[in-house]
Design a protein around this ligand. Structure first.
Ligand code: DAH
Length: 350
């Protein structure tokens, strides 16, 4: 818009900017600035009043045209069918972008879990997700914990009033896996499964203990399986998982006797610290070794309960916490960061 009078041209510019911001575009015609221009006419010298008045009318007409063309455009837009899927109502270029590198990422634990599973897939394991609500039979009974056995107390298990259980370990899935695949053993197919899942314990919380965390369980059964197969499997996995840190260096592993009702013998499995090569550092608490997980040869009672004859078949199992594995990998000092929803923490893993 071009106006001779400076006051009018300033007002025109101002109103045009305001127009862009207005929700109800017609309100621009009621603007005080416009009305005060009319009010100014009687104050002007008579010879200027004519041209001033004409320019105000011109401005008003232009604003009316602006409002009208906006209305026309709005009416030309297709109406929205609120029951239709979003891609019918929203043109492709106007859709919100999901999960791009700048507006969101996967949680670091899930990224690492995918890496873990990928290694086990390549080793021939299949993956089955565990459950988040279970029962006493799968948590204890099927795993050779007799009624009232003190080992039940080690698991600080949350239970509902109806007796349902928030699983305290992914071993709850062992019986299901064994039963489901027992028939394949006779066809010569070993059972090889990893079971990632979320687990819950009534823990006192600190930098190393969370009430909610994640485990990866492993189960392998076939004829002639022994503890050497167990150790080699876990060592191969860990060598690959920490391969970025290790390069050509070989991990060392060792087992110590332990007790779990569902394995016999049971072991605590330790690896040489990938970060200091046993020299001692803060990741391994200056001991050179890291005790990472529980494992063992599946107890004959557990195999039998899963429909497998322990005289014919043997197998191994393990369970490790994913948080622990990832904390070591990235030098994360407090397990509570994972579930804290702290963006500062999460953004470091973009
Ligand atoms: N379920 C055990 C825990 O959470 C870990 C474990 C130990 C799993 C030995 C196994 C196993 O499958 O054989 O403490």
């Amino acid at each position: 818009m071009q106006f001779q009078n400076q006051k009018i041209s300033e007002t025109a510019e101002l109103l045009q900017q305001r127009f862009e911001l207005l929700e109800n575009k017609a309100d621009i015609l009621k603007a005080v600035e416009l009305r005060s221009l009319y009010a100014e006419i009687p104050t002007l010298p008579p010879e200027e009043r004519g041209s001033f008045g004409k320019e105000i009318n011109l401005l008003k007409q232009e604003l009316e045209a602006l409002v009208a063309s906006h209305q026309e455009q709005a009416e030309a837009l297709p109406s929205i069918d609120v029951t239709a899927p979003f891609d019918i109502n929203v043109p492709a270029d106007k859709r919100p972008r999901l999960l791009t590198s700048d507006n969101g990422t996967k949680h670091p634990l899930m990224v690492e879990l995918e890496r873990v599973l990928d290694i086990f897939y390549r080793m021939g394991f299949t993956a089955v997700e565990s459950r988040q609500i279970d029962d006493d039979y799968h948590m204890f009974g099927a795993l050779n914990f007799p009624e009232g056995h003190p080992a039940r107390d080690d698991y600080d298990t949350f239970m509902t009033e109806e007796g349902l259980i928030a699983p305290a370990h992914t071993s709850t899935m062992q019986n299901r896996i064994l039963k489901q695949h027992a028939g394949n053993l006779e066809k010569g197919e070993p059972i090889a499964a990893v079971i990632p899942g979320r687990v819950f314990r009534n823990e006192d919380l600190d930098a190393r203990h969370e009430h909610t965390f994640h485990q990866v369980e492993g189960v392998y059964v076939d004829k002639g399986i022994h503890a050497g197969n167990l150790i080699a499997t876990l060592k191969t996995f860990l060598q690959e998982y920490y391969s970025d840190v290790l390069g050509d260096k070989q991990l060392e592993v060792k087992t110590q006797p332990f007790y779990f009702p569902f394995t016999e013998p049971s072991f605590e499995f330790a690896l040489s610290c990938p970060f200091c090569d046993k020299a001692g550092c803060n990741v391994c608490s200056y001991s050179g070794w890291i005790e990472l997980l529980g494992c063992g040869m599946i107890h004959p009672n557990v195999l039998r309960e899963g429909g497998i004859d322990p005289e014919v078949y043997t197998g191994f199992a393990w369970g490790f916490g994913i948080e622990r594995l990832v904390m070591m990998k990235y030098g994360i000092e407090d397990i509570r960061h994972f579930e804290s929803a702290k963006l500062d923490f999460l953004r470091q893993f973009k």
